[in-house]
Design a protein around this ligand. Structure first.
Ligand code: FAD
Ligand code: NAD
Length: 481
């Protein structure tokens, strides 16, 4: 006899675990299937984000930033440090400790909310008597038999995996995806990165700050194509000044992997063939949805031409009572987007009517300076033919930024020319990841630039730059520039 649940969630990344908790809070009988094993072979909740994504990358970004600060910036504060040394083992142990705390935290939350964790991987096996039947199996668990469960509603939250480059095997020793790039135990003297997207820039920054000579090869003639042009230019200037070498329009002809390194053969556009020799190579050319072994055909579901599970704006699939959320469906591959969809679906199953405004999902790239935006770029507004006003304020004129040593970058506010409604906010700054939350809140409430300009902001604070840029975007002028 199969155990029956109101809701079974497949996958416990930020989409799945949040959906499970919210559904349980709303009174449903919920199970969540997850078979992820960490590097020690232990089962672990949290998916890509907590185990090998957002959380460990931000831990290493913080450690490497601290090291670079001491090395490059403390002198200006009048602080001299002799005998500075780097202990990568300790740095990695700190990262592992944070990951463990967070993943164990989800186990606690599951117990607290009475969500049953079904250990293993789930596969649809059929539909009978108004319920979906799912087999849960864990091949790595010695002798544990597969179990069958029934669910009235199923939420597919199986996430994504790294896109591979044809013919290049990832061994996470010399050639690394995000997993290997986060687990290196020594700083490579020469690090190659294929792909100047979010992972390439963040993890390239980590190892550059720790002493690697980093070269990033990017296929497109531009980088960070989704960002506002002004932001791209500023970021390019800053990264160049830091010594991050980025080669655009790079065409990879092949990669030879040896015992101690790799040689990448490439050309820039139609130019002469070139080679890049590196001790480690990170491949970060995007991620693809993960539906491997899910048995979608057993319930007559098929993925689209890019491998995503097709859903409507409320994350409903074609199969009744089957929903899909997070990286496995259309939209940005971001943890907070996955979480928002998890909450929305759980509440819809409970009969509520929430929705997500996909135009208001903020982006943050955790380089230094950080890059963040929400809403539309200047290019998008021009393309739409929408008349707008732009206001910009530099952090070099912000007292708090000067005091903390984060004077690079700016805030740019774009507002409708007629109504003054804020349409987009773009930030390059050491504090961008925090400042963008205020901008997102303002935009969700359809604030005008004048509204933000009239709100009292603490002084001195980096948030004053958002106020000043908003003032500049209305017909008023900013006060401090
Ligand atoms: P995932 O987190 O991928 O989780 C899916 C889970 O489903 C996995 O645990 C998997 O084991 C499980 N699963 C798969 N198949 C089955 C099955 N058949 N049965 C049971 N379980 C299954 N996003 C941000 O917003 N901010 C960041 O700073 C950020 N940093 C990142 C850094 C890196 C290096 C990477 C790789 C990603 C980063 N992301 C970041 C993206 C973010 O991790 C993803 O958008 C997010 O994890 C997606 O959540 P999800 O729940 O859809 O899927
Ligand atoms: P990405 O889509 O951000 O960037 C991939 C880059 O690789 C692109 O610039 C692309 O043009 C380039 N590329 C593709 N094929 C190439 C080739 N053959 N040669 C050279 N360059 C090539 O993907 P990513 O960096 O792998 O990250 C995957 C996703 O994970 C991101 O899109 C993002 O959604 C998520 N993520 C988010 C954060 C964050 O929010 N801070 C951090 C890391 C990852």
């Amino acid at each position: 006899m199969a155990q029956a649940y109101d809701v079974v969630v497949i996958g416990a990344g930020p989409g799945g675990y949040i959906a499970a908790i919210r559904a349980a809070q709303l009174g449903m009988n919920v199970a969540c299937i997850e078979g992820w094993r960490n590097e020690s072979g232990e089962l672990s909740l949290g998916g890509t984000c907590l185990n090998v994504g957002c959380i460990p990358s931000k831990a290493l970004l913080a450690s490497s930033e601290a090291y670079e600060l001491v090395r490059e910036s403390y002198d200006a504060h009048g602080i001299g440090v002799d005998g500075l040394r780097l202990d990568i083992g300790k740095m990695q142990a700190r990262k592992a400790g944070i990951v463990k705390k967070m993943t164990k935290g989800i186990e606690f939350l599951f117990r607290k909310n009475k969500v049953t964790w079904l250990k293993g991987f789930g596969r649809f096996v059929g539909y009978e008597d108004d319920a979906y039947r799912i087999e849960v199996a864990d091949e790595e668990a010695d002798g544990a038999p597969a179990q069958l469960v029934d669910a009235k509603h199923v939420i597919i939250a199986t996430g994504s995996k790294p896109r591979a480059l044809p013919g290049l095997e990832v061994d996470n020793r010399i050639v690394c995806d995000n997993v290997g790039a986060l687990a290196m135990t020594e700083v490579p003297a020469r690090l190659g990165v294929i792909g100047a997207g979010v992972i390439g820039l963040e993890l390239g920054s980590v190892w550059r700050r720790l002493g690697a000579e980093v070269t990033v090869l990017e296929a497109l003639p531009t980088f960070l194509a989704a960002a506002d042009e002004g932001v791209r230019k500023e970021a390019w200037k800053q990264f160049k000044a830091q010594g991050l070498r980025i080669e655009l329009d790079a065409r990879i002809a092949g990669v030879e992997v040896g015992d101690s390194g790799a040689r990448v053969r490439y050309s820039i556009g139609e130019g002469e063939p070139q080679t890049l020799d590196c001790d480690r190579l990170i491949v970060s050319v995007g991620r693809v949805p993960n539906t491997e072994g899910l048995g979608l055909d057993a319930i007559d579901l098929a993925v689209d031409e890019r491998g995503f599970v097709p859903v409507d704006e409320h994350c409903r699939t074609k199969a009744p009572n089957v929903w899909a959320i997070g990286d496995v469906v259309r939209g940005p591959m971001l943890a907070h987007k996955a979480e928002d969809e998890g909450v929305m679906v759980a509440e819809r199953i409970a009969g509520q009517d929430p929705h997500i405004d996909y135009g208001m999902i903020p982006w943050v790239i955790y380089t230094s300076p950080e890059i963040a935006w929400v809403g539309r770029t200047e290019e998008q507004l021009k393309k739409e033919g929408r008349a707008f006003k732009a206001g910009q304020f530099p952090f070099s004129a912000n007292g708090r930024a000067l005091g903390t040593g984060h004077s690079a970058g700016f805030v740019k506010v774009l507002a409708d020319a007629a109504t003054d409604e804020v349409l987009g906010v773009h930030i390059v700054s050491g504090a961008a990841s925090e400042l963008i939350a205020e901008a997102t809140l303002a935009m969700e409430f359809r604030a005008s630039a004048e509204d933000i300009g009239r709100v009292s902001h603490p002084h001195p604070s980096m948030s004053e730059a958002l106020r000043e840029a908003s003032l500049a975007a209305t017909d008023k002028r900013s006060l401090n520039a």
